[in-house]
Design a protein around this ligand. Sequence first.
Ligand SMILES: [Zn+2]
Length: 276
Amino acid sequence: MVTALIKRYKEPLKKFYLRYRKPILAVYIPLHRIGRRRKCYVCGKTFGRFTRYKGGSEYFPEWISRLQMVGSDVNNFGCPYCGSFDRERHLFMYFDKLDLWQLVRNGHVLHFAPEVHLSKRIEKEGPAEYVKADLFPANATIRKEDATNISFSDESFDLVLANHILEHIPDYKKALREIWRVLKPGGTAIVQTPFSKVLKNNFEDEGINTPALRAYFYAQHDHVRVYGEERFMSALQEAGFMLEIARHNELFTEQETGYYGVNGVEDLIRIKKPVS
Ligand SMILES: [Zn+2]
């Protein structure tokens, strides 16, 4: 009933929301803090619910739900205290479980689209070099870098973090070649990206060229394709990487998945540049 009403009045509600966003969120977000069923892996606070991304999965086009997308958990998205997103919390869990922090300690790290909490933790671990990079830097601590034309010389880094960025890049194969180039032999990259378990090939079309069309067909206004799982994994191997996928369900229990609000089917896509 409520859902049907919201769907019917979606456009005027959207206008109302955009106009009064700040006061609405000031009331709405703290409501999620009531209860103790969930815990944020990043800030350690317990609360009742995570915030949803754009109303949650039921507001995504049917086309997207039929593609069985593996990506962000849009129903358990933001922490109502620290604002961390599910994909950032999930990386913390993987880093702890697999002790990926040892790649950071005294290592050379290139971090694209750096998540705030993960960045702080990396800095604490004491890397030899830590480069925060983005095509559109949000502040002066982030260096302007194009992932398809990285300004660093060959074999500069032990670890490259590219968490949910490849779905934004038109020439993603070039980005993979660049990541390969700047990694030292034996170096690791983390390249999480949303993909479909249904599609055999990637889906993209030049005609899908407006934010509204991209939001409909690719699930987000600034995505440029939907990857097919097999095609994406093959592209990683074709770029020369060894796949070292860490399976969520082999590392975490169902209870942990729900408690910490992360996507139980999103495995860690860890790739390595071979020591030739
Ligand atoms: Zn938090």
